[in-house]
Design a protein around this ligand. Structure first.
Ligand code: ATP
Ligand code: MG
Length: 385
């Protein structure tokens, strides 16, 4: 009797002719994630199997599988040679730790196995009741647990009781590449996670304002980027100095447009970097109406300087729902650490909530936009996680 983990995938099933492409990507993503852990990875029909791992690595493997987009469910199973006695032994081991109502569900791919599926379930259920009748009883409609028996064509059978839900979504890399604008806040890491979950491979860009923002603020962003990277099969972070741009805006433009103009620079620089890196979209953590810079007028103003699609997965999310996801992906506690962000450094007392695009452009005309962008590009730091 050996331990195995069954991995099932989801929407990939629906992709018709592209199925091979999605399966290959998912397979590569799982293999990459488990690199360095001793185990065998076996592709099977419509699922994958992990075998021959040390029991002490089980939790680590499960933790990693929970971060791979495209995996729908997993089960820890016992694998036995297909005889009724072996199957019963495995079921006995699993049910010894259970109580409540149950039913047995048998799936017989090997049609030469006798008895048939119905009969196997019936006999197995009966024998389990004989043994554990004091703490379990049968309920075929709403059982508190199931005993699953998969009799494979290759002479082996799986027996398991638990089906754990994983991320679902699509394999990372199946939906192109995008550049995430990541700040030290709560929203952008969540936006990145959600986009990665739908299959987009991410790069990240962060703007910092040294010396106005310190090393600790940058470390915080690095920490958040790494967390997002766990769902992305690794990640690149580009850190761009924003100090001169902010100083120039502060010096030459009306205070009310500070944030609006900063956003326009961020978008321009992001688009340029995205093109360089082969990213096909820009992703932000904006949510409609959350702050002054996220009114439709502000979004119109920052959007109008780029032609690349800008994805805003959180646009219609309430903060409370964003926080729930941030907690789930373990970015929340880092995000709320109290370090300054480049946007808070030159925060105006009364920012324009509904900036008029013509007035914004007029304010911006005081600046050497191209020169400032060129300069920012001279000192891009790259981190690979
Ligand atoms: P977040 O929680 O993601 O910081 P926020 O609610 O604080 O968002 P803003 O500060 O208005 O909102 O930022 C809106 C979006 O602009 C962010 O979600 C992020 O995508 C991008 N952004 C803001 N500041 C930076 C920065 N310093 N570097 C890179 N992107 C940034
Ligand atoms: Mg922010």
């Amino acid at each position: 009797m050996e331990n195995a983990i069954i991995i099932r995938y989801c929407e990939i099933h629906l992709k018709g002719k592209n199925r091979g492409f999605f399966e290959k990507l998912l397979k590569e993503n799982i293999k990459r994630s488990l690199k360095g852990i001793k185990c065998d990875f076996i592709p099977m029909h419509s699922r994958y199997l992990i075998e021959n791992f040390d029991d002490s690595d089980y939790d680590l493997i499960v933790e990693k599988l929970h971060k791979i987009a495209g995996i729908h469910t997993i089960s820890k199973a016992l694998v036995v040679d297909s005889t009724f006695e072996n199957i019963f032994e495995a079921a006995k081991t699993l049910v010894a730790e259970k109580e409540g109502t149950f039913k047995v569900i048998t799936n017989r791919a090997d049609k030469t196995f006798s008895p048939n599926s119905m009969e196997t379930s019936r006999l197995l259920g009966g024998k389990l009741l004989e043994l554990f009748g004091k703490k379990i009883s049968v309920d075929v409609n709403e059982p508190s647990f199931c005993v699953y028996v998969d009799i494979r064509e290759d002479g082996k059978s799986f027996v398991y009781t638990d089906v754990e839900h994983c991320l679902s979504g699509m394999p990372v890399g199946s939906a192109g590449k995008g550049l995430l604008l990541i700040s030290g806040g709560i929203d952008s890491p969540v936006a990145g996670y959600m986009t990665a979950k739908r299959g987009m491979k991410l790069d990240c860009i962060h703007f910092h304002s040294f010396p106005y923002t310190g090393e600790a603020a940058k470390e915080k962003v690095i920490e958040l980027t790494k967390k997002v990277g766990e769902y992305n099969g690794g990640i690149n972070l580009y850190v761009v100095s924003f100090t001169h741009i902010q100083e120039a805006i502060h010096k030459h433009c009306p205070e009310e447009f500070m944030i609006t103009l900063m956003r326009r620079f961020m978008m321009r620089i992001a688009e340029r970097l995205a093109i360089q890196q082969g990213d096909q979209a820009i992703i932000t953590g904006e949510s409609l109406g959350q702050v002054a810079s996220q009114t439709i007028e502000s979004i119109t103003s920052s959007n109008s300087v780029v032609t690349m699609p800008v994805l805003r997965p959180l646009i219609a999310f309430d903060k409370i729902d964003i926080i729930e996801i941030a907690r789930k992906i373990d970015t929340y506690e880092t995000s709320i650490l109290p370090y300054e962000d480049c946007c808070t450094v030159f925060l105006p007392k009364f920012p324009a909530i509904k900036p008029n695009l013509e007035r914004v452009k007029k304010a911006e005309s005081k600046l050497d936009v191209e020169g400032l962008i060129e300069e920012a590009f001279k000192n891009v730091e790259k981190y690979v996680f």
